[in-house]
Design a protein around this ligand. Structure first.
Ligand SMILES: NC(=O)c1ccc[n+]([C@@H]2O[C@H](COP(=O)([O-])OP(=O)(O)OC[C@H]3O[C@@H](n4cnc5c(N)ncnc54)[C@H](O)[C@@H]3O)[C@@H](O)[C@H]2O)c1
Length: 474
């Protein structure tokens, strides 16, 4: 990759150290109370009647393209290095009557030209990890709001640079943590907000997903399919330990626990297991003596981290992509009056099952699941299942993003959420490399977490958005 990340970050980071305090625009009254001077807490831009989106990185999911299904949103630009993927993106836009987007391709830094273009309001960054922060920083410096795939930052320096640049430029910088919109995650959130689990004490999340085939797979440029483009993920896996993909499991628990809005991370400890899964797979599939078999991998088969919060709660987060384990994000949240955990879903509340509960009850779980379905899922869950991937959560995230920008509301997740969640990338690696030494987590909010109230993750009005609920078309 041509962009020298270190140079780029050095040049943008301290430029933003003195965040501008003037010109803060808060959306609604609720947001104003949440918008301290200079901070991006509760910040909202003017409503966008038409939202013009540039999508860079048109990979397997290319979730951002589904924004073309939402009235008032136009994909005006797409950027990628691969022709097959660009052609596929253009076909998807045409299918949704989105006029042909301008194509930026032909060089590693064509995304800069896209960010410079005045027909883009929002940059949707779905590139490999190492390009996340550089593109986001450049986009904000050039007046664009930016949303970034997970993990949006890989180092503490990147986290700070994104925070300071977002504050100074008054541009949104949101991490696209689609799992916060999962059906179970939102059920848990709804139950937490109603206090049904009592005082929250502990959460557990994970990214357990067998990615051996993808990570070792070869990308086919003709078809635009196969493994990850240019082995980008495997390269990172080979060079780093710790939890490289913490946010799918962690993000929803942070929303439940009001991290950055009443509570905050304090410190963490992290331990890596040995690495055997990738090495054995490489040898088994490609044979001794092959290039793949010779790859040394730093990433552990299992990384386990415990984060302690300022209010004394604990969050356990795991990462495992190298073995034959069925997919799981764990999704466990527990308090003084009950617990919810997933894979499969089980819920126990003292109010339903009495004190001294020892067993889950499938019937009670089914009833509670129905009763406390999140309002957003009631409104748009079935619609989202038809229109987007990952069981509907991808499209719900896009719906909320479009709704907030169209209504001039703060986004559900802001740059402080991004920074706190992504800080685990570097901190877990450093802790695990030092026998699980405790690492302090920076307070990216500058103390604002103490006075913030939870917001966001509300409903949308599909009719007001011009979406016809009765005619779900993929
Ligand atoms: N939230 C989720 O559920 C989810 C799911 C899949 C992937 N992701 C994230 O999405 C991102 C991409 O993953 P993927 O699976 O699509 O990877 P991929 O390898 O399939 O696609 C990456 C794309 O980026 C393009 N690209 C690389 N360098 C570029 C450059 N300089 N300019 C323009 N385009 C460039 C490649 O040509 C390729 O099309 C990653 O951050 C990943 O973590 C998130």
């Amino acid at each position: 990759m041509q962009t020298n990340r270190r140079e780029f970050l050095r040049s943008t980071f301290w430029m933003g150290a003195a965040a501008a305090t003037a010109g803060i625009t808060c959306g609604k009254a609720r947001a104003e109370a949440n918008c301290p001077s200079g901070s991006m807490m509760g910040w909202a831009d003017k409503p966008f009647k038409t939202l013009r989106v540039g999508v860079v990185g048109l990979g397997r999911g290319a979730l951002g393209l589904d924004l073309a299904k939402i009235p008032g949103v136009k994909i005006t630009a797409v950027c990628d290095l691969n022709k097959a993927r660009i052609d596929r993106a253009l076909a998807r836009c045409a299918k949704h009557a989105n006029p042909a987007p301008r194509v930026f391709t032909g060089g590693q830094e064509e995304w800069k030209r896209m960010c410079d273009w005045d027909q883009v309001d929002l940059v949707y960054n779905g590139t490999p990890w190492e390009l996340h922060a550089p593109i986001a920083l450049y986009a904000m410096e050039h007046g664009k709001h930016v949303v970034i795939e997970v993990p949006s930052a890989l180092t503490i320096d990147e986290c700070w640079a994104l925070v300071k640049t977002s504050e100074r430029t008054r541009r949104h910088c949101m991490q696209l943590e689609n799992c916060c919109y999962g059906e179970t995650e939102m059920l848990a959130l709804n139950m937490c907000r109603q206090g049904l689990f009592g005082t929250l004490v502990h959460g557990e999340g994970a990214y357990i997903h067998d990615l051996r085939e993808y990570c070792y797979g070869k990308f086919d440029p003709e078809k635009g399919s196969g493994g990850y483009w240019d082995y980008w993920r495997m390269r990172y896996n080979r060079e780093h330990g710790g939890n490289q993909y913490p946010t799918h499991g962690l993000g929803p628990i942070c929303i439940d626990m009001d991290i950055n809005r009443g509570d905050n991370f304090d410190y963490l400890v992290s331990v890596d297991s040995l690495q055997a899964g990738f090495q054995e797979y490489g040898k088994g599939k490609f044979g001794d003596g092959s290039q793949e078999a010779s790859w040394k991998v730093k990433m552990a088969d299992m990384n386990t981290t415990i984060v302690k919060t300022k209010l004394g709660r604990t969050i356990m987060v795991q990462h495992n992509i190298t073995g034959p384990r069925p997919y799981s994000r764990i999704n466990l949240i527990s308090g003084t009056k009950g617990i919810l955990q997933d894979y499969p879903l089980r819920i126990a509340l003292e109010t339903e099952l009495g004190a001294g509960v020892h067993k889950y009850d499938d019937k009670v779980t089914a009833e509670l699941r129905q009763k406390y379905r999140h309002p957003l899922w009631k409104t748009a869950g079935e619609y989202a299942k038809v229109h987007g991937g990952h069981g509907g959560m991808d499209f719900l995230m896009l719906l909320r993003l479009a709704w907030c920008l169209q209504m001039g509301l703060p986004l559900d997740m802001n740059v402080y959420d991004l920074a706190a969640w992504c800080s685990l990338n570097e901190l877990t690696e450093r802790s695990a490399a030092n026998r699980g030494r405790s690492m302090d987590v920076p307070d990216f909010t500058g103390g604002a977490w103490k006075t913030q109230k939870p917001w966001g993750f509300d409903d949308v009005d599909l009719a007001k958005m011009g979406l016809d609920l009765k005619v779900p078309k993929a």
